[in-house]
Write a protein that binds this ligand. Structure first.
Ligand code: ATP
Length: 135
């Protein structure tokens, strides 16, 4: 069993899709180890997305992720990291995510792709420390 960090991003929260995301996590057989509604401070956002700091969309990404509350969830279960990536679908909600995934069912634009999920064991460990240091 392993843990991964899931975020319902500000677009997912403002569109009322938190319950939908949690339902899919639970139906898959994964469990919730911690959950919090939180407005992200810029420093935390910069740390979270540190790997993208040289990308042209970094500024926009920080603006977006700090634009309203997110729901941060520590998700636990067998192969939780890749299992949630499967539920989320590819980064681009139209070109990459397929119908049946969260992004494929609800998203249109890459920036507004509703959810985040850690992409490796190393990222999960780093991100969970950042978001849930007490866990
Ligand atoms: P996440 O890390 O949020 O789970 P991901 O791993 O699928 O997403 P990354 O390549 O790590 O995708 O990009 C991180 C986030 O940055 C994306 O989820 C998206 O919100 C944003 N992003 C990525 N590429 C672009 C782009 N070309 N234009 C605008 N925003 C982008």
């Amino acid at each position: 069993s392993e843990r991964t960090l899931v975020l319902v991003k500000p677009d997912g929260v403002s569109r009322g899709l938190v319950g939908e995301v949690i339902a899919r996590i639970e139906r898959k057989g994964l469990t919730l180890a911690a959950l919090e509604l939180r407005t992200v401070e810029r420093a935390v956002a910069e740390e979270h997305y540190a790997e993208h700091k040289d990308k042209p969309f970094f500024g926009e990404l920080l603006e977006f992720i700090t634009s309203g509350p997110v729901v941060a969830i520590a998700v636990e279960g067998v192969r939780a990291i890749s299992a949630f990536r499967q539920l989320a679908g590819g980064t681009d909600p139209v070109e990459k995510a397929t119908p049946g995934t969260i992004r494929g069912d609800y998203g249109l634009e890459t920036q507004f792709n509703l959810v985040h999920g850690s992409d490796s064991a190393e990222s999960a460990e780093r991100e969970l420390k950042l978001w849930f240091p007490e866990l």
